[in-house]
Design a protein around this ligand. Structure first.
Ligand code: DGY
Length: 320
């Protein structure tokens, strides 16, 4: 029997994924799930053929430069790949893959949860119940109606469009800004704004669905927040650093932004403590893809990519 390829899996993954990985590979797993620092991960890569990592691993240029020559592929268990320096990987002839597609619907569900949670004042409602609710009143915890409002999407890729589909069912009008205008079928009646500034001015609700790049870092900042209509709600299920936290916290505290629904944070898990002083912030711990079905599909996709790589064929989700 030919020797199995050796892989390092940096975090604990759903059971079915681990079972398949261990059946098909000589896999070193991390069932304790303690996050590896860079040195530890590099050390564990010695003698491995591939690395199956997650967004919690720094695979920047410095780390890639120190990976052993045995590592020929990196499969990330994520659609986002800003934690990996693709150019550095290419330079070392390391193939890199991600897991697009399979997490679209689950992440769009969380975008809607953030939208509704922020609009309907769920943080304050939970506190009211836990601290001793004194009963229904006609004016208690009145939120913002979503029906008939404009939802502005920054980024109209798979997740942006899946969010739009859900929001249409709530009677929202969809606007978007994207690098390129989509064709009419994909647009499905959404209004395209070539300039981000124009989208912002037309967004009662603003939902971020762009990747984190040098161009999108702090895309939402004090200046761009000022372009939003009064009483706007901000939703972020993309990446934390797309938002300038200090600017958003200031806007939430002053009421310039009515509410925010946030699933991702700059520097997570160490989130800006200012958010905890904002009762109008509805906060989730990066749950976008966190369903059993989706996380299993992400793991299977990562393994499909590695299987293809080791079979000498093009991995379906190659990004470098
Ligand atoms: C991703 O895949 O990029 C998410 O942020 C984690 O599921």
């Amino acid at each position: 029997m030919p020797e199995k390829n050796k892989i390092l899996i940096t975090r604990n993954l759903p059971d079915d994924v681990i079972a398949r990985a261990c059946a098909d590979y000589d896999a070193e797993t991390n069932t304790d799930d303690a996050p590896y620092g860079a040195d530890q991960m590099i050390g564990l890569c010695q003698g491995k053929d591939a690395l199956l990592c997650t967004i919690t691993n720094d695979v920047g240029a410095d780390v890639i430069a120190r990976l052993p020559d045995s590592i020929r592929a990196i499969a990330t268990f994520s659609v986002g790949f800003e934690h990996i320096d693709l150019d550095a990987a290419k330079e070392r002839n390391i193939v890199v893959t991600n897991t697009p597609g399979v997490l679209t619907e689950a992440t769009a569900d969380i975008a809607l949860l953030c939208l509704l949670g922020a609009a309907r004042r769920v943080t304050e409602s939970q506190a009211t119940l836990r601290e001793g609710w004194t009963g229904w009143t006609p004016t208690q915890l009145m939120g913002i109606e979503v029906t008939g409002k404009r939802l502005g999407l920054v980024g109209m890729g798979d997740i942006g469009r899946a969010t739009a589909r859900r929001a249409r069912a709530f009677g929202m009008d969809i606007h978007y800004h994207n690098r390129n205008r989509l064709d009419a079928t994909l647009e499905d009646g959404a209004v395209f704004h070539e300039r981000l500034e124009d989208l912002l001015a037309n967004s009662d609700f603003l939902s971020l669905h762009c990747p984190l790049t040098p161009d999108t870092r702090h895309l939402l900042n004090a200046k761009t927040i000022d372009l939003l209509p009064d009483n706007a709600v901000v939703i972020n299920t993309a990446r934390g650093p797309v938002v300038d936290d200090e600017a958003l916290i200031t806007a939430l505290k002053s009421g310039r932004v009515a509410a925010a629904g946030l699933d991702v944070f700059d520097g997570e898990p160490n989130i800006n403590p200012g958010y905890f002083d904002c009762p109008t912030a509805f906060l989730l711990p990066h749950l976008g893809s966190a369903t059993v079905e989706t996380r299993t599909a992400m793991g299977m996709t990562a393994l499909d990519n590695l299987d293809a790589f080791f079979a000498g064929t093009e991995p379906p989700n190659r990004i470098a």
